[in-house]
Design a protein around this ligand. Structure first.
Ligand SMILES: NC(=O)c1ccc[n+]([C@@H]2O[C@H](COP(=O)([O-])OP(=O)(O)OC[C@H]3O[C@@H](n4cnc5c(N)ncnc54)[C@H](O)[C@@H]3O)[C@@H](O)[C@H]2O)c1
Length: 355
């Protein structure tokens, strides 16, 4: 047995269909009396539902969360929280809304109660992001970890099938990379394997029948575990490439993750043979060398666009991404090799399977 370090994350999770209705009790448990409700403009009606559920404990709704937390939006939200004398934030939505809650928490220390409605996993991490002058900075701060998280599968049925598929594969990427992380440990690896199994087993049904609460529950369970993986151990080449594709070429976050994952996993299949054999088994195969094609097949089954060219990567994107990634690599079981990375991204550019 290898030696390892395992650090548990202090958050309370309430999971199940209809659990939204425990919100008032959970706010009380936090000792809060004036909750500021955060949403995107698109989910404002959901914010109103929350305000109605909370009654007097609602201090107001701030429906202005947008992708990547621009600093101006964060500052305006912080000012609103102070003006309303809020003593906690209820962030209901995807990673963008929870990210806005984190921006408030890191400044004021207000506790966050998160109600995720996508599979992104931000609610399980101490990672925050803020965008200033078109540059996104990320960091860790224990204050931004939500104190309570309510996962209610009924709230995610409205996420369109295509976005659900990409968001689910974004979660899958956290779990796959956790298996071969530099600081991997047996507890997180168990969660990662279970996450991959739950996501692979439920996402096809989610895409076929987005209203199926059972399938939504299983996929949300997988995404929860994947979020713990992301928050607990370091990520590797796949996340480095996706951050570069998002930051330099503005590729959509979840779709880029979904399309790159089969290639990144295949890149590591020899150097991380044992961890990736676990991933293969969770995907219905046996051997590490199958992981890339199993993930590619799953993407295909989910109707995910796998050609990076179709989501905005130009022809010179693979070379540029490989160059930037190799200039400041993350830990990875197989070293970053510029030529091999360029060639795998060229395959991804055209939507070819990993090889
Ligand atoms: N800090 C972290 O640990 C962490 C982890 C993962 C992602 N993120 C960040 O989160 C952001 C991406 O989050 P995301 O992928 O969840 O997207 P998102 O939060 O931007 O949501 C995408 C769109 O879907 C809508 N939406 C969300 N849930 C819905 C539902 N159930 N029904 C209908 N519409 C719904 C939202 O209103 C929004 O318009 C990125 O900025 C990413 O960097 C951060």
């Amino acid at each position: 047995m290898h030696s390892f370090v395992y650090q548990g994350m202090p958050s309370r999770v309430v999971f199940g269909a209809g659990k939204l209705y425990s919100l008032a009790d959970e706010i009380e448990r936090l000792g809060a009396r004036r909750a500021l409700i955060l949403t995107t403009p698109q989910q404002q009606a959901l914010g109103q539902r929350i305000a109605d559920l909370l009654g007097e404990r609602s201090a107001g709704i701030y429906p202005k969360a947008v992708m990547h937390v621009p600093i101006e939006v964060a500052q305006a939200a912080r000012a609103e929280a102070a003006r309303l004398n809020a003593d906690c934030c209820v962030a209901i939505g995807g990673g963008s809304t929870i990210g806005l809650g984190k921006a408030i928490a890191m400044d004021s220390g207000l506790p966050i109660l998160a109600i995720p409605t996508t599979y992104a996993g931000s609610e399980m991490t101490t990672i925050y992001g803020l965008t200033e002058n078109r540059l996104k900075k990320t960091g860790h701060d224990p204050r931004v970890l939500p104190k309570t998280v309510i996962y209610d599968p009924e709230l995610i049925v409205s996420l369109p099938a295509g976005i659900s598929a990409a968001s689910g594969m974004n979660a899958m990427a956290h779990a796959v990379e956790a298996l071969y992380a530099k600081d991997a440990n047996p507890v997180i690896s168990l969660m990662a394997e279970e996450s991959i199994r739950a996501l692979a087993g439920s996402l096809p049904e989610v895409v076929r029948t987005p209203q199926d609460v059972q399938a939504r529950g299983r996929s949300l369970y997988g995404a929860w575990l994947a979020g713990i993986c992301l928050g607990s151990v370091g990520m590797a080449i796949h996340h480095k490439l996706c951050h570069t594709l998002g930051g330099t070429f503005n590729l959509p976050h979840a779709q880029a993750h979904a399309a790159v994952l089969p290639h990144a996993a295949h890149y590591n299949h020899k150097a991380a043979a044992e961890p990736l054999a676990r991933a293969a088994r969770a995907l219905g195969g046996q051997h590490a060398e199958e992981v890339g094609s199993l993930l590619f097949e799953l993407n295909h089954q989910l109707g995910i666009e796998q050609a990076l060219s179709a989501i905005g990567l130009p022809d010179d994107g693979p070379a540029e991404t490989a160059r930037i990634a190799c200039a400041s690599p993350y830990y990875n079981p197989r070293p970053f090799e510029q030529e091999a990375i360029e060639s795998m991204l060229t395959r991804a550019l055209h939507g070819h399977p990993p090889a």
